[in-house]
Write a protein that binds this ligand. Structure first.
Ligand code: NAP
Length: 584
């Protein structure tokens, strides 16, 4: 892993020489990326490459790391004050007249919190993006609040973070970390990272790792204990802050940031379902959020703050919903739009899709597009996937929602009826998963697929054999795919609604009856669903919740949850209910 096309220079400060790399046009706004422990600036390679087209990107090896020299003596050479001197020396060299957009990961973020909360850097930082590295001052206050006013919940939070901080205690021991890094840990670290975090291992800059990591132990020894004991009372951020929290971080609890708004009043929160090393495992999302945040700070505008459900998670993500012209699909497109996602509304009805896209923009989507396509048509779906990937990139969330209803006994259902319902309800989902899921898996940066099945997937019925079969297949397909894609951080959810008040009742086919009887039954079903009156918006909320929590199966509506319970614990009763013929 190298920084392709980077220009290098050396900055001398406080007895050390810092290796600084620059990418992109120096006339553009500057983004400074600060690496953590035990890394060097190369940890940012993927993110830097993605930002270089729009920004002047600057990276430097922290003193004692990578190709920067180490202070002598080591003890006392890594204090936050000296790290702040280094940052100012780099900024003086690369962007003397214009404030920079600061981004820190791990210890890079810990020290950047110092930069953005001390007076001498005021006016030099236009925005700060913090990833997996809290301010030691805020951390100190967080601990004090829990020790002074303990409640069971607060004690639990303390213990939780304490367990995650085991390595910090070890790093305070004399000589042990140095011995470990120069011995087996240094050799096996890339493999450990690859296994635990799925950080691509082959190209990790191993040559400097043992020395970097041994020096880096002084970051902890010189700062942690002293600052946690006496946190500064006035550690307020003087620039807007974007906090990116990986939800599966093995070293930091999400709870650490609960009180952050107090210290950073202009705070934007983002969450990612990923481990600690997101600059390497999720460079697309990290770069997109940095770009968005820095661009809005440049414009002097506050960063857009979508207020919808799970906005911290979905803002800026690319979401495609099929069957988005009506009902559950339309409501789902709006819910993602309100959360600040970029939405692609797909429907076979082009006008309905266009309406959804238009209203998604009004609901808060930074961008929304309409694409007409019939999900059952393989070629049309291939064309759609090609267009979407070319014009917008790889999806973060795919919602295979388009579906049609079909009622009628098994013998009344013709082979043509079977084909139609399976073509849309099952093949439509297969095409979506294949064409969009493949690119998600290839990108290897996580994502989520939602397949809208139905409670009919597990609740047998004598009047819905074809529809229920199609939905049961979607449920099992989702489970299988979930197992296959888990290792790549891609979640798959089968959503199983019960009776939802949408227009599916007036378009559903009734097999074995003439046109007039069909119309009568459609009207009667629509009336019954109207009386039940469960709104599609609630299903949309459940879809966003299920993605955020990475649920395997999400039954929605009380009757769908009840049937799921019966399916698991009293299947005999469910079979008896299946024999009842509803009067329509
Ligand atoms: P809806 O209001 O009829 O919406 C479905 C949308 O999908 C319509 O705009 C429809 O267009 C579109 N569509 C149908 N076939 C398509 C195709 N081949 N290609 C592209 N778009 C297509 O129905 P809904 O209730 O929201 O249903 C959404 C999903 O939820 C379906 O999979 C359904 O099986 C499932 N579901 C619904 C309920 C319920 O009670 N409503 C319960 C459980 C599961 P047209 O209008 O042109 O057909």
């Amino acid at each position: 892993m190298t920084l392709k096309g980077a220009r290098e220079r050396w900055v001398r400060t406080g007895g050390v020489e810092l290796c600084v790399a620059e990418l992109g046009d120096p006339g553009r706004p500057t983004v400074v990326l600060v690496h953590g422990y035990p890394d060097s600036k190369e940890v940012w390679s993927e993110v830097a490459a993605r930002l270089a087209g729009r920004f002047h990107v600057v990276l430097y090896d922290v003193r004692g790391h990578g190709r920067s020299t180490a202070p002598r003596p080591l003890r006392g050479g890594f204090t936050l004050a000296k790290l702040t001197d280094d940052f100012l020396a780099v900024v003086d060299a690369v962007s003397p007249d214009r404030p920079v957009h600061l981004v820190g990961h791990d210890w890079g973020s810990v020290q950047s919190w110092e930069f953005v909360t001390v007076g001498r850097t005021e006016g030099r930082i236009a925005s700060f993006t913090s990833i997996s590295g809290p301010s030691l001052d805020h951390f100190g206050h967080w601990i004090n609040a829990r020790v002074k006013r303990p409640t069971p919940r607060r004690v639990g939070q303390l213990l939780g973070q304490g367990a995650k901080s085991w390595y910090v205690y070890l790093l305070h021991t004399p000589a042990l970390p140095e011995l470990a890094w120069r011995g087996p840990l240094g050799t096996y670290w890339p493999k450990i990272l690859e296994r635990a975090e799925r950080v691509p291992g082959g190209d990790y800059p191993t040559a400097s790792l043992p020395t970097d990591a041994a020096h880096g132990a002084w970051l902890y020894r010189d700062n942690v204990r002293a600052r946690l004991r006496r946190p500064r009372p006035d550690a307020y951020a003087h620039a807007p802050v974007q906090l990116i929290t990986p939800q599966e971080d093995a070293f930091l609890s999400e709870r650490l940031y609960d009180d952050l708004d107090r210290w950073a009043p202009r705070l934007t929160r983002r969450t990612l379902p990923a481990g600690h090393w997101v600059p390497r495992t999720r460079p697309d999302q990290v770069a997109a959020w940095i770009e968005q945040f820095a661009t809005s700070a440049e414009g002097g505008r506050p960063a857009p703050r979508p207020t919808g459900r799970h906005a911290d998670r979905f803002a800026g993500q690319l979401v495609l919903v099929t069957g988005a012209g009506s009902g559950i699909g339309r409501a789902t497109a709006f819910a993602f739009a309100e959360a600040g996602a970029r939405v692609i509304a797909v429907d076979r009805d082009a006008e309905a899709a266009a309406r959804t896209a238009e209203q998604s923009r009004l609901a808060g989507a930074p961008d929304a597009w309409a694409e007409p396509a019939d999900v059952s048509d393989e070629q049309a779906m291939e064309k759609l996937a090609e267009k979407v990937h070319d014009e917008h990139g790889v999806l973060d969330v795919l919602v295979n929602n388009a579906g049609i209803g079909l009622s009628g006994s098994f013998f009344a259902t013709t082979t043509d009826d079977w084909r139609k319902v399976l073509d849309v309800n099952l093949w439509g989902v297969i095409h979506g998963c294949r064409l969009f899921g493949a690119r998600m898996a290839e990108r290897d940066q996580g994502g989520h697929i939602v397949n809208v099945a139905s409670a009919a997937a597990y609740q047998p019925s004598r009047v819905l054999p074809a529809y229920s079969t199609s939905k049961a297949a979607v449920l099992m397909l989702s489970e299988c795919l979930r197992a296959e894609l888990a290792a790549q951080g891609i979640g798959v959810t089968a959503v199983c609604p019960g009776f939802v008040n949408t227009s599916i009742t007036s378009t559903a086919r009734f097999a074995g009856v003439d046109e007039e009887e069909q119309r009568r039954r459609q009207q009667r079903t629509a009336r019954l669903y109207g009386l039940r009156n469960y709104p599609p918006e609630k299903v949309a909320d459940a879809i966003l919740d299920a993605v955020a929590d990475n649920r395997a199966v999400a039954p929605v509506t009380p009757e769908a949850r009840g049937a799921r319970l019966l399916y698991r614990f009293a299947p005999g009763l469910l079979r008896r209910i299946a024999r009842v013929e509803p009067r329509l």
